[in-house]
Each structure stands twice: as C-alpha cells, then as structure tokens.
Design a protein around this ligand. Structure first.
Ligand SMILES: Cc1cc2nc3c(=O)[nH]c(=O)nc-3n(C[C@H](O)[C@H](O)[C@H](O)COP(=O)(O)OP(=O)(O)OC[C@H]3O[C@@H](n4cnc5c(N)ncnc54)[C@H](O)[C@@H]3O)c2cc1C
Length: 432
C-alpha cells in the first residue's frame, strides 16, 4: 500500500493541470490516479477542440469560467509554440437567424466587453456583411469573434503530464477507483483489483464519474447526472470549404444549448458538424446503444436515475424530447438544423463519422440541469463536478484558482518551492 499527501482522481485536462501547479509549488508527495493507460482518454481528447473566447458566457453567473477561458488563452498559445501542438486560428461566426436571437448577440457583445475581450476582437455584423465574408451563410446577423483557435487538447494534456511528472507527480495508470474508505486522518482509495493507496487529501477530477466519486465521500447525494454522447460527422473533402469560418448559432432553447450543432473547422484542415446529444447509460458509451426514435425514447427513460427522473415531469423538457431532441439524433436531422444557416449543405456531403465525446451534465435536486461547476469539499476531499464546456479552454487558469482556494483553506501545508516550467502561477493570479 502506498501513502500520499495528495491523490488526484482523474487524469483528464483538469486533474493533470492541478497536478502541474501542485508539483511546481510544493514539495509534496502527489499522485494522479487514472483508470486508463494514459491521460486524456475521455472528454479531454474527445471534444470539439475549440479554444473559446468567452463572449457568450454571462459574466455574472459564469464569471470564473469566463475569466479562466480569457486568461488561459495566452497560456495555451505559448505552450502550443513550445511543444508544437496544433494552433490554428479559425475565428467563429456566432449566428442569429431572427430578431429575437439578434438580441442575444447584442447581450453577448456587452458580456464580451465585461469579460475583458479586446473590442477589436468582436464585431457585430449584419446579414450583408456576413454574406460578403461567407457567401454560403444565411442569417439575420452574427458576431464575428476573431480569437477562436482549433487545437488538440489531448496533446496539450500529454505535455502538461510530462512537465508534472518531471516536477515529481507520480501518475498511476490502469487503476479504477471503486470505493473510498474514510479513516480518521486520511482516506483509503480502493481499486477494482482490490489494490489501494492512502492519501491525506483527495482531489476529485473524475469528469463523467466525478459525481459518483463525490458520493463515495458522502457529498452531493441529492444530485444525479445524465450522459449525452455528442456525435460528429466529417464533411467530404470537396465540401469542406463551403464555409471557411467555424459557425456556432445562438441556442434556440437556452436551457438546452447541446441541441444546436456547429460547423467546425479543425486544426487538421477537415470540417465537421456536430455534436448532437444522444442519451447513453455511461460516460463511456461511445458506440451503439441507440436505434430508431421509438426505442430511443423508451431507452431514454432507462438512463435516468435519481433526480434526473424529475426531468420527465418538466413540460418544456418533455416537449423538447419529443419534438426536437431525440429527432436530432439522426444525421439528417442534425444537418437540417445546420441548413437553417448554411442552406447548401446536404446529409450526403458527410459520409464519415468523427470522434464522439460524452458530456455528463449534473441534475439538481429540483430536476433541472445545473449550469455551473459544482465544487464540494469535506475535511479530506475537494470535488470538482459538472466541469463542462468551455472546461478545456479554461483548464490552465481554473486549475490555478483551485490551488489558490486550497491554499486559502489551509489544505496545502507543505514545504514551498517555486519552479516555473511552462506557466507562472503568480502571473495567472495577477490577471484574476
Ligand atoms: C462533445 C464535447 C465537446 C466539447 N468541446 C469543447 C471545446 O470545444 N472547447 C472546450 O473548451 N471544452 C469543450 N468540451 C468540454 C471539455 O472537453 C471538458 O470540460 C474537459 O475535457 C473536462 O476535463 P476533465 O479533466 O474534467 O474530464 P475528463 O477528460 O473526462 O477526465 C476525467 C478522467 O477521470 C478518469 N476517471 C473517471 N472515473 C475514474 C475512476 N473511478 N478511477 C480512476 N479514474 C477515473 C477518466 O478515465 C478520465 O480520464 C467539450 C466536451 C464534450 C464532451
């Protein structure tokens, strides 16, 4: 049995970034426990790969995520240069298709300024200006945001792991946490092969399983989660440049932004559309499960547990399921949604699927989707739950804020060191 000062559960972009900060700031006996054979095998490499500019995040309700995304941008750019990670500036057109959605764009322009995005990086365009820029896009108006980048977050996470490892973090791969035993002064983390490690303090960054891990600590028992597979389709090469900019659209249903697929320019020159939102039973059901719409609806009820069942009593949600959501599972329905702003595209332009990824939004005790990150702690653990998009973008700064929080709460009583290898902790905090 090994004994650690701190154990981080989850080697995604978040857990790996936190391990970097801790090992660069402290002489601490630290491990990252990951059930796969490497870091970033799940959401952190199975995503849209956009470095987001946070103009669409409400500065009041999503202040930390917005700030994290803004500060992290330069950190990613410098790491991309140092480690040769793809960094392709694509920009984004955020499209409104009617006057009502245009009002959201006006609000986003204000939010962008409040979130600190330089004014020269955001333009509000009318339909004519958009069609001059992108003749195959039809809309009422759009925000042209110039900062967005297409990258590879899996490659980034591997770079951070390399640095963290050099600084002293022990990465333990192939160990799936199945149980946590709380002792008087520490916790024993038990794996499904019955091996275990003990740690004075545990940081839970287990992505789609983070709610389950928090519940092992007796926390968040009143919450549930639900898993949606987001599927992508790759445009055949001859259609790839139909539109040269990445296109997002103002969410038609604000509480359910996962219903609106995008046109995504990738760092490798390909173009994809997606993601849709297929309800699946686990955060790793990447293939299969869903068939026709009828079986999808009956299976959807099976994937709901605990509070998530309350969703079935929400009339807006139910009407969405029947009219919009489950029908968006098919490629044709997804392309139909995109045809609203790129009328020329057709389902037959997309013959290959891209890499799917799974989002696991948390459901509140009231049966609603939780919109923000949930941070919960007790004397032996700190748990980060519902860390969703733009979580990859904001990971470098957000993870530094978590470490600052742990410092302030007195959890990090270790001998200090100050090594700046890829990023500077003080520089992140000075920008906050
Ligand atoms: C479809 C999709 C598109 C997205 N697009 C973007 C985007 O374009 N830009 C952006 O900024 N963000 C995007 N995101 C969000 C972003 O990918 C996530 O916020 C981020 O990757 C979350 O990182 P994480 O480390 O918390 O989780 P993960 O990457 O899921 O890492 C959690 C890790 O914990 C491990 N683990 C889980 N349970 C256990 C256990 N019991 N024992 C041991 N290990 C365990 C898992 O194996 C996994 O490696 C997207 C997400 C999805 C799903």
């Amino acid at each position: 049995m090994s004994k650690y000062d701190i154990a981080i559960i989850g080697g995604g972009i978040l857990g790996t970034s936190i391990s970097y900060w801790l090992s660069s700031l402290y002489d601490v006996n630290l491990c990252v426990i990951e059930k796969e054979s490497n870091v970033a095998m799940h959401a952190s490499s199975r995503n849209t790969a956009v470095v987001h500019s946070p103009f669409y995040l409400n500065p009041k309700t999503k202040k930390v995520l917005a700030k994290s995304a803004l500060i992290s941008y330069d950190m990613w750019e410098s790491l991309a240069k140092k480690a040769n990670v793809p960094w392709v500036k694509t920009g984004v057109l955020e499209i409104a298709i009617n006057e009502n959605q245009h009002k959201s764009l006006e609000e986003y322009m204000d939010w962008g300024a409040e979130n600190g995005i330089p004014s020269q990086d955001l333009d509000l365009l009318d339909a004519k200006q958009v069609s001059l820029m992108e003749p195959n896009v039809k809309c009422h108006s759009a925000i042209y945001s110039k900062r967005e980048v297409s990258t590879d977050y899996g490659a980034f996470t591997n770079e951070i792991k390399k640095e963290s490892n050099i600084l002293g973090t022990n990465f333990i791969f192939g160990k799936n946490v199945k149980e946590i035993k709380k002792n008087q002064n520490d916790s024993t983390i038990i794996f499904d092969d019955d091996a275990n490690v003990t740690a004075d303090f545990v940081i839970n960054c287990a992505g789609g399983n983070s709610l389950d891990i928090a519940q092992m600590f007796g926390l968040a028992t009143e919450y549930s989660d639900i898993h949606f597979r987001g599927e992508y389709w790759v445009a055949d090469p001859q259609y790839s440049d139909l539109v040269k900019t990445t296109i997002y659209s103002v969410a038609e249903f604000k509480g359910y932004p996962f219903l609106d697929p995008h046109w995504i320019k990738k760092a490798d020159g390909k173009t994809e559309v997606g993601p849709n939102a297929v309800p699946v039973p686990s955060p790793e059901t990447y293939e299969g499960y869903i068939g026709d719409i009828g079986t999808s609806i009956s299976k959807f009820k099976d994937v709901l547990s605990g509070n998530a069942k309350k969703l079935l009593f929400d009339s807006e949600f139910l009407s969405l399921i029947s009219k919009e959501w489950l029908s968006s599972i098919s490629k044709t329905a997804m392309i139909n949604r995109i045809q609203k702003f790129i009328p020329k595209i057709k389902p037959e332009f997309f013959s290959k699927k891209g890499t799917s990824g799974i989002r696991s939004p948390v459901i509140t005790p009231q049966g609603k989707f939780l919109s923000d990150v949930l941070e919960l702690e007790n004397e032996h653990s700190f748990n980060i739950i519902n860390y969703n998009s733009p979580g990859a973008t904001g990971a470098p700064a957000y993870s530094a804020f978590i470490v600052q929080k742990l410092q302030e709460k007195g959890y990090l009583d270790y001998k200090q060191k100050s090594i700046k290898s890829i990023w500077s902790f003080d520089s992140v905090l000075n920008q906050a």
